[in-house]
Ligand binder design. Structure first.
Ligand SMILES: [Zn+2]
Length: 538
């Protein structure tokens, strides 16, 4: 008896240990969810941007399956090993012959379709609105051509019946084989064409106008633009086409790739900018640049797999993460770049970053032209001054003085005040009375000594804003520094880093990874007070 109880006890103990082991490590963490799939706009019209396609050429190794998605219900239409072209059916060859009534019975449509095909008619199924189906025939150049075909071809083959001519419509997408025969069509509005690969192996990719994308596509036609192409795939497959474009993969340390993967996943789960167009995110810098299967590589695919489901949260909710190439010594407070202060987007030192410095020179003429181009009518530019600079070295107010006025630039817009858009907001202006000094932690800072009192051999003296100022370098040589209004030589802008500076520095993340930090260490360094935890898939 005793041994039996002991056995039960052991089983219970083992179960308890197992339960403890599989429990999430972070009990205090928030419950956040991530969708399994994501929808990405490849070609779309949004704002002033319109990349929608007049013709979408598609094919896949092993063939493609075409179906429709209406009110979330998928109906398979055809399977073909051939290349197909989707076009807007509003122009040439946009006349067709309707055969019989529209019906909700898709099975009947297929039975009839096969019969008409065996009679030698060029029929195809069309998905109409309200989940109705109909059989149409041919593609004709005019109403007359279609009417002639009814009497010369349809009636002799299929007998008398209900035949009417359908006119071209820019609301209709038709998919044709390369020989011009129609395969399927769909009226826009509520029915969308879906394209899937029928390949039995891996990867299942579909070639779209020369580029390959995983899993499936949806084609939609919105009024006023051509065909919108959406790629629907798993979150992991999506990230495989994103992360390589955001961080170098050659010799990038694995923990940095993992940190970038988690940042990209967090962004994708937290944002749905384009729901009005039927997709979550677009494939451009407006959201995250996505290159599909073409840009994938093994190192980033492995990093994404190794961090599957991991996201960054703050206060129990998904964090809005930002990242950029290089901080120039320290990251920025979000309010010093944009306008809103975010508790986890605050300046931190970036000690492991290998900073790149840069410099640009602009003549007074170039600056004058640039101000005029920007609509800032301040006459001839005579001076540029960094009025205030944040603790991380970012110019937060820039004053450009002209003969007839001044122009003020704040925060991130200071980068656009020059004929070349500056790589970062960490810069100083030569040719004024500001000096660049390096603070601890490699942070560049601009200080203004105009009007300052300095100790000289003959007592105190005031530094003039107009006269030359000299400093002694390490070898005891006097070096003249240009004062504010001496603009004959133009302006030299010297800076460090690249990008907006808010959030994670990618160069810094690489440095941290090389120094032995984990991806969690890296994320928690750049995002103050966040948690890194696993999202639940739904
Ligand atoms: Zn976007």
């Amino acid at each position: 008896m005793l041994s039996k109880y002991k056995k039960h006890f052991t089983v219970i103990l083992v179960l308890l240990i197992f339960i403890i082991m599989v429990s999430p490590g972070n009990q205090a963490g928030a419950y956040v969810s991530s969708p399994k799939n994501i929808r990405i706009g490849l070609y779309y019209a949004s704002g002033s941007k319109d990349t929608t396609l007049e013709m979408v050429t598609m094919s896949a190794v092993g063939g493609i399956e075409i179906g429709t998605n209406q009110y979330g219900n998928y109906t398979k239409l055809i399977e073909t090993p051939y290349i197909v072209n989707a076009i807007v059916d509003g122009g040439v060859s946009g006349y067709h012959i309707r055969i019989g009534e529209a019906t909700a019975d898709a099975t009947k449509i297929y039975a009839d379709l096969n019969e008409y095909l065996s009679q030698g008619l060029e029929v195809f199924p069309i998905c109409l609105e309200n989940n109705l189906w109909q059989i149409w025939e041919g593609c004709y150049l005019s109403k007359d051509d279609a009417e002639r075909a009814i009497s010369s071809k349809i009636i002799p083959k299929a007998g008398a019946g209900n035949y009417t001519v359908a006119f071209p419509s820019t609301d209709r997408i038709i998919i044709k084989y390369s020989n011009g025969l129609a395969a399927v069509a769909s009226e826009s509005g509520v029915s969308f064409l879906m394209i899937k690969s029928t390949y039995s192996g891996d990867p299942k990719t579909i070639n779209v106008n020369g580029d390959r994308y995983r899993t499936s596509l949806e084609l939609r036609k919105f009024p006023g633009s051509n065909i919108t192409v959406i790629n629907e795939l798993t979150m992991g497959d999506y990230l495989d086409g994103v992360v390589p474009l955001e961080i170098g993969t050659t010799e990038t340390p694995f923990e940095a790739l993992k940190a970038q993967s988690v940042a990209a996943r967090t962004y994708a789960v937290a944002n749905h900018k384009h729901e009005d167009l039927g997709f979550d995110l677009c494939n451009s810098t407006c959201c995250q640049v996505y290159g599909g299967y073409e840009v994938e590589n093994l190192a980033t695919n492995n990093a994404i797999k190794a961090t599957e489901g991991m996201v960054v949260t703050y206060g129990g909710a998904l964090a809005q993460l930002y990242y950029f190439a290089s901080s120039g010594g320290a990251t920025a407070n979000s309010e010093n770049v944009w306008s809103k202060a975010v508790p986890y987007l605050q300046s931190v030192e970036d000690p492991y970053e290998i900073t790149k410095y840069w410099s640009y020179s602009f003549s007074a003429d170039e600056m004058t032209r640039h101000m005029a181009n920007m609509g800032r009518n301040i006459g001839t530019v005579t001076g540029i001054q960094a009025v205030s600079t944040s603790e991380s070295g970012r110019v937060t107010e820039l004053k450009i003085t002209g003969t007839t006025g001044i122009a003020i630039f704040n925060r991130v817009s200071t980068r656009s005040a020059f004929p070349t858009y500056l790589p970062s907001q960490v810069f100083t202006v030569g040719g004024d009375t500001g000096y660049t000094v390096k603070r601890a932690g490699n942070v560049l800072e601009s200080i203004n000594i105009s009007g300052a009192l300095v100790q000289t051999a003959s007592g105190t003296s005031t530094v003039s804003a107009n006269g030359p100022v000299y400093v002694k370098d390490g070898n005891g040589n006097l070096i003249a520094l240009q004062a504010n209004s001496s603009t004959s030589g133009g302006f030299t802008i010297t800076g460090a880093g690249s990008g907006h500076g808010v959030g994670m520095s990618q160069r810094g993340a690489m440095g941290m990874a090389s120094a032995g930090f984990t991806y969690e260490d890296i994320l928690k360094h750049y995002f103050t007070g966040v948690e890194v935890e696993k999202a639940n898939f739904y």
